[in-house]
Design a protein around this ligand. Structure first.
Ligand SMILES: [Ca+2]
Ligand SMILES: [Ca+2]
Ligand SMILES: [Ca+2]
Ligand SMILES: [Ca+2]
Length: 574
């Protein structure tokens, strides 16, 4: 036992075994060396290929992000994308590099960049007889443009002018000194909640105290399409701020006012004697409605303590403006051309501009049954194609008496068109659409007790995201407001939404209760979940629906819409 034990531990016999084992290891190692080397080499190669693919992906991402903002200008988008790819090491001009830039078939605002390196080398694979491999990476970038608002057509703010297709709202910009409580979120200089009852303004600071004030005013876009058949005339309806009627002057004291101007309901101050026994007539025009005499305060007249003053709705056949006090305000309308920096609207070249004072004359032509028109300028067929910016703002006059609202509208019509030249961008690809950019300031007004207005265009590419709506000062005197999504060519259905005011608790509903003017001077923030959203192919426009039990929808308000998320971002496409 000991021998065998000793034998087994015989120092002379051990090397034999060891040699035998060493030989075995050497043999196995020798046998495995090639695959080991191959595997090690492959690991190095795979690592290299991985890094190379990562570099290609990064370059494709950078290229798609840089190019997408130029859509729909595909030539420019491709040029910028390829330039950025080249600067990241993937030059389309190189023999082994292909940079393909195309517009996504699924969204006009999505750019696809495909970068291929056809001859990615290797350290081992090639030496073992392998060939250079090709590596490709794709990137999709999306550019979320501001949500078009207010109108799918080539006009916006024509009130009741278009018989049979009435918008029933005007665009509106209040004088700078009109308190924000009266509905203008971005052009009122200050916010004095007391002013809603007609009290004298307590202040109107030169530097705006309204934190939502926008120095640049409101912005709209006008689409000038490639291949347009003639010049686009940009016509402004009643751009000046002046309530006085155009001829014929409504006959004072007449119960039925005749005028060729559109008649409308207006909210204005009504003065009664303190005992309410008889009507106190203040010097100035008198209009009749429903058998009672109503007056408005003429220039220079201030509200007297002798009167009980309250707001009433009356029917007038004068221009659309509402002037509660004597002050005047100039308004400037400016048109800017498309340029090379599509993400920045502040640097576009000025095409034309006009400032309208109280008595600026209308141009004198009759259009849509009215003579209250001024043509801003034409966009000729040789002018730049793309999105023109129309900017409107008040002059910022700091007279406390400038209190009211300047209603206006715009039509962008082809000079060569027949009839009234109106068109609908949903069915007419060459239609020079006019629409608000991110915020519209409007005066909704109809004799009906229920009315729907075009709110915003939400394309199917926004499915799964969230739509954020903001309604400033909505619905005084009304009952309910609903947000309607498109269901068919011309049909809509209310959506559920979450809403809140300030730091209030969010609530979910499909019908916002606005009774008792609960949102006077307040901002209602609404969020709509677009999960599963799939609009009909021919209608991506949402509406806002008002119901007033009193029988007359009237609201001076500012609406905003945007899609939550980064305006330019990478995305996926299946
Ligand atoms: Ca209000
Ligand atoms: Ca620009
Ligand atoms: Ca006006
Ligand atoms: Ca309002």
């Amino acid at each position: 036992m000991s021998l065998s034990h000793r034998h087994r531990t015989d120092p002379q016999s051990a090397p034999v075994v060891r040699r035998r084992q060493d030989g075995y290891v050497m043999t196995v190692f020798g046998l495995m060396l090639v695959p080991l080397l191959l595997m090690a080499g492959l690991a190095v190669d795979v690592g290299y290929w991985y890094n190379r693919a990562s570099d290609i992906q990064k370059a494709a991402d950078a290229a798609s992000l840089a190019g997408v903002v130029w859509l729909p200008d595909m030539v420019k988008a491709a040029s910028v994308a390829k330039d950025v790819a080249a600067r990241n090491g993937f030059d389309d001009a190189a023999a082994n590099i292909v940079v393909s830039v195309t517009r996504s078939a699924k969204s006009p605002r999505r750019l696809k960049v495909l970068i291929t390196d056809t001859t990615v080398g290797s350290f081992f694979y090639k030496n073992l007889g392998g060939r250079n491999i090709g590596l490709s990476r794709t990137s999709f970038a999306e550019f979320v443009t501001p949500v078009p608002m207010g109108s799918p057509r080539n006009y916006f703010g024509t009130g009741p002018l278009l018989t049979g297709n009435q918008e029933l709202l005007y665009q509106s910009v209040n004088p700078y000194c009109t308190s924000k409580v009266n509905g203008d979120r971005h052009q009122s200089g200050h916010y004095d909640p007391l002013n809603a009852d007609g009290s004298t303004l307590s202040s109107c600071p030169a530097a705006p105290s309204n934190t939502d004030h926008r120095t640049g005013g409101y912005e709209l876009y006008i689409d000038a399409k490639a291949g347009r058949p003639s010049a686009i005339q940009v016509r402004l309806y009643d751009p000046r701020y002046n309530e006085s009627p155009v001829e014929p002057t409504p006959p004072a004291g007449s119960p039925s006012v005749a005028a060729d101007e559109p008649c409308r309901y207006v909210t204005r101050w009504q003065s009664f004697a303190t005992d309410l026994g008889s009507v106190q007539v203040v010097a100035g025009p008198i209009y009749y409605w429903n058998g009672s005499a109503y007056v408005y305060l003429p220039d220079g007249q201030s509200v007297s303590a002798r009167y009980v003053v309250r707001q009433e709705t009356v029917w007038l056949c004068v221009g659309p403006d509402s002037k509660r006090r004597s002050g005047n305000e100039d308004y400037t309308f400016s048109l800017y051309s498309p340029d090379n920096t599509p993400l920045d609207d502040s640097d576009n070249p000025l095409k034309c501009s006009k400032t309208f004072s109280r008595d600026t004359a209308f141009d004198g032509y009759t259009y849509l049954g009215s003579r209250r028109w001024n043509t801003l300028c034409d966009i000729s067929t040789s002018d730049a194609t793309g999105r023109y910016i129309l900017r409107v703002k008040n002059a910022g006059t700091t007279a406390n008496t400038a209190d009211g609202s300047n209603q206006w509208g715009v039509v962008a019509k082809y000079a060569g068109s027949t009839g009234n030249g109106t068109c609908d961008g949903r069915t007419d690809t060459l239609c020079p659409r006019v629409y608000g950019k991110d915020a519209i300031s409007v005066f909704a007004n109809t004799a009906a007790s229920t009315a729907s207005f075009f709110l915003a265009e939400i394309g199917p590419e926004h499915a799964g995201k969230k739509l954020k709506l903001e309604l400033w000062d909505p619905g005084e005197g009304g009952s309910t407001i609903q947000i309607m999504k498109p269901k068919g060519t011309n049909s809509f259905t209310p959506v559920d939404f979450t809403w809140k005011v300030g730091t209030g608790t969010p609530a979910t509903t499909n019908t916002l209760d606005v009774t008792n003017s609960v949102f006077n001077g307040k901002l209602v923030e609404i969020t709509v979940d677009l999960t599963g959203y799939a609009p009909p192919a021919d209608n991506e426009w949402w509406q806002i629906r008002y119901t007033f039990t009193s029988g007359t929808v009237t609201d001076r308000t500012t609406w905003s819409a945007r899609i939550i998320g980064d305006p330019v971002h990478l995305t996926e496409e299946n």
